[in-house]
Design a binder for this molecule. Structure first.
Ligand code: URP
Ligand code: ZN
Ligand code: ZN
Length: 467
């Protein structure tokens, strides 16, 4: 099967140029001027940008968490991602206590099976760091898994101590596995939580008091120091504020193998959104928490100056009004106390358009930087480059046809995510995907969804790069 995309403007992390792109089966085979259309289906992309499909390195689909399960499964989450121009994601498989890492990956493979409509991979989160589990890091490569998450938070659930983190880093270094940390201080959070709850401070806004910015900063510093000593490749996930990003800047300036990810919501949702009267603030409960407009500006600057290298979503959807009309339990679980609110914010569909409009259109980042932070750098860090993350001969034909003039108002009424609210409700954006192509197949064409469940492929990853 041949497809020729004519007259579009190709955007990569480094270049912008007008060219035709020839796809044969699943791959890009030729990029050139006035390529012959013989035997090919022709797509006219006049006036459109051709960008590598978005890659979201941080999602939680069908994940048991906070006394319930995330509202999007692999079908609804991936379908929504495709409408937003994301063609690949890496989801977090969780090790079950007493079980192997391999078992965790297999569990998540079973959740995805028969439901996938975009390409995907798995990180494994180590939650039971026995000697056997730590040793197992050496064989993750055989599962096509090149990244391991370690929680420095969620005491009593996922958190591991510094001994385990240090040992995991040593193994990850030897096995060339990217070590990802959720950097907050779980001990401090547990103590603060206990105190706030015992004082009857139960409204959503107290979530902020239990997750101070300083402990995100110091936990990040701890992880970076251990990466420096062990030589592990470190990727700090969901960085929310200047306290942690300053530590990242320092680590990178010293030449350590470290890099950082932020998430879209940290540029648009703030502490004040959690402080509104009533329960509405529960929508924005996540860890680390949303911070301040000054932090958002700091994040934009850090994305520009390469202190931060990727933007993900941490898509972790819970309905605001769950437990009714066939919906599983959601944020309402925390009505009796903020500490019972399931943590997470949805956004897998919105990342690309929101970052494009507020980044590129607003003059905060260039088009090429947009591609770098939403796709190319992610592919490199996750061990998928150059198969994914660029438009080049030999790469998978994952291409988003982007109309830079198309206007759209984001709303839960029209989004495709299986959740009853949207973090960017009412945001008027200009520029969005009009066609999403994955491995040469059109997955979304305008409002039409074009593939069957099972289309999405598991991508075996190896060789993570610190960007
Ligand atoms: O609040 C969050 N971030 N929920 C998802 C779990 C995690 O820590 O990434
Ligand atoms: Zn986390
Ligand atoms: Zn997460």
């Amino acid at each position: 099967m041949k497809t020729l995309i004519k007259n579009g403007t190709v955007i990569t992390a480094s270049d912008t140029y007008k060219a035709d792109v020839l796809i044969e089966d699943e791959k890009i085979v030729l990029i050139g001027i006035n390529l012959p259309a013989e035997g090919a289906e022709v797509i006219d992309a006049e006036g459109l940008l051709l960008m590598p499909g978005g890659i979201d390195a941080h999602t939680h689909l069908d994940m048991p968490f906070g006394g319930t399960t995330t509202a999007d499964d692999f079908y609804t989450g991936q379908r929504a991602a495709a409408f937003g121009g994301t063609t690949t994601h890496v989801d977090f498989a969780l090790q079950q206590k007493g079980k192997t890492l391999k078992h965790g990956v297999e569990m998540w493979q079973a959740k995805a099976k028969g439901k996938t409509v975009i390409d995907y991979g798995f990180h494994i989160a180590i939650t039971d760091p026995t000697e056997e589990s730590i040793n197992e890091i050496s064989s993750l490569g055989e599962l096509g898994v090149s990244s391991l998450k370690v929680f420095q938070a969620y005491k009593g659930a996922f958190m591991v101590d510094d001994t385990a983190l240090f040992k995991a880093m040593e193994k990850a270094r030897d096995a060339d596995i990217l070590l990802m940390t959720h950097s907050e201080n779980g001990d401090a959070i547990a103590l603060l939580t206990e105190k706030l709850v015992s004082e009857g401070k139960l409204a959503p806004k107290y979530h902020l008091d239990a997750h101070p910015r300083e402990i995100e900063g110091s936990a990040t510093a701890r992880a970076i120091a251990m990466a420096a000593v062990t030589g592990a490749k470190l990727y700090v996930v969901h960085m929310s504020c200047s306290d942690s990003i300053e530590q990242m800047a320092m680590g990178r300036a010293k030449g350590y193998n470290v890099m950082g990810e932020t998430c879209t919501q940290y540029m648009f949702k703030f502490e004040d959104d959690m402080k509104v009267p009533g329960f509405e603030g529960a929508k924005w409960a996540c860890g680390p928490p949303v911070r301040t407009p000054d932090d958002a500006e700091y994040i934009w600057e850090s994305l520009r100056d390469t202190t931060l290298q990727t933007v993900a979503t941490d898509h972790c959807s819970f309905n605001y009004e769950g437990g009714v009309n066939g919906k599983g339990p959601g944020k309402e679980l925390g009505k009796e106390g903020w500490h019972k609110i399931p943590n997470g914010i949805p956004g897998i569909e919105d990342r690309m358009p929101v970052m494009y409009h507020n980044g590129v259109n607003a003059g905060r980042i260039s088009l090429n930087r947009f591609v770098a932070i939403t796709s190319t750098n992610v592919a490199r860090a996750m061990g998928m480059y150059p198969r994914k993350g660029t438009i080049a001969a030999g790469s998978d034909a994952d291409i988003v046809l982007w109309d830079p003039k198309k206007k759209h108002t984001i709303s839960a009424k029209t989004h495709h995510m299986n959740v009853d609210y949207n973090a960017y409700e009412g945001m008027e954006i200009t520029g969005k995907p009009v066609r999403t192509i994955i491995r040469g197949t059109t997955v979304v064409d305008g409002d039409k969804f074009c593939v069957e469940k099972g289309f999405g492929k598991f991508i075996k990853r190896k060789g993570p790069q610190i960007v």
